[in-house]
Write a protein that binds this ligand. Structure first.
Ligand code: NAD
Length: 276
């Protein structure tokens, strides 16, 4: 199985594999077997979070895969109640312990949680963790442009990426454009619209045209537009299928047909009000 896949260079000089495996809603056991299966299928990038309660499973899957730690790119996230300078540092240590790792490749603040107003202090802890070697790259998730500007203005340190909800029903073109001007990569969560986008006509028709599955078409759409993408599956055949997107290309008509699917429709919470 080929492990050839695009790498994206982050603003700090580190490289992230463009396609990774997401493990939200996977149990510890499912996470362990999905991560092992994914790594054996060629994936080198895994996206978890402390709130997913499967970091131990992810750690076991990494061990079982037999692939060297340095070849892998592992992300975890600081959950909302762990925000604040001291709590975030403690939460990261707990995540590392559960993952059985001495560092993660990417640490994200999971949500800005503006009502808590702790993301600046949390970011300072994330910066300190990088200086201590516990984290290679640092980023955020679910931040809007105001949150990003405040973070950069108050700390002088830019996140390497912003992991945001992004799928055919919510394409976030304005935020993606803003990321580009700031030199921040866009990472798409729920990239398949939690599976809901797969049965929609433009996707099905494009899949038939290319002899590919609907999931492969959507993942290819993300890859071709330069986003980092982390589709989730715990089913071995789908894990393999979702990685097999580097042998075909969508044309301008395909991209335009998916473009008109944008309804500005969130499947997850609104970052301005979450958590309530
Ligand atoms: P997704 O868009 O990746 O969809 C996953 C679902 O699509 C699966 O559960 C399955 O039902 C279906 N699916 C996957 N591959 C398929 C295939 N080949 N054929 C048919 N159906 C298929 O949804 P997601 O899990 O919400 O998002 C992906 C990852 O993004 C998560 O696992 C997590 O790592 C991350 N995430 C992050 C945040 C955040 O706030 N930062 C929020 C949600 C998700």
């Amino acid at each position: 199985m080929s492990t050839q896949q695009p790498l994206i260079t982050l603003s700090d000089g580190n490289h992230i594999p463009q396609l990774g495996l997401g493990v939200w809603q996977a149990t510890q056991e499912q996470a362990a077997s999905a991560v092992c299966e994914a790594i054996k299928s060629g994936y080198r990038h895994i996206d978890t979070a402390s709130v997913y309660e499967n970091e131990e499973g992810v750690g076991r899957g990494i061990q079982q895969s037999g692939v060297a730690r340095e070849e892998l790119f592992i992300t975890t996230k600081i959950w909302n109640p762990d925000q604040g300078f001291d709590k975030a540092a403690i939460a990261l240590d707990a995540s590392l312990k559960r993952l059985q790792l001495s560092y993660v490749d990417l640490l994200l603040i999971h949500w800005p949680a503006p009502k808590m107003d702790l993301y600046i202090d949390t970011w300072k802890a994330v910066i300190a963790a990088k200086e201590q070697g516990k984290v290679r790259s640092i980023g955020v998730s679910n931040f809007n442009l105001d949150h990003l500007h405040r973070l950069i203005d108050e700390t002088g340190v830019k996140p390497v990426l912003n992991q945001i909800e992004l799928h055919p029903f919510l394409q976030q073109n304005a935020l993606q454009q803003a990321h580009k001007s700031l030199g921040i990569e866009t990472q798409a969560w729920s990239p398949l619209g939690q599976g809901k986008a797969l049965s929609h006509l433009p996707i099905v028709a494009i899949a038939e045209k290319h002899g590919k599955s609907a999931a492969q078409v959507i993942i290819r759409w993300h890859v071709q537009q330069g986003r980092i993408v982390i589709p989730k599956s715990v089913t071995p055949s789908r894990i393999q299928e979702n990685f097999n997107v580097f042998d075909f290309a969508l044309d301008a008509n395909d991209i335009a047909a998916i473009g008109v699917m944008d309804e500005g429709q969130r499947l997850g919470p609104d970052p301005l009000t979450f958590p309530v």
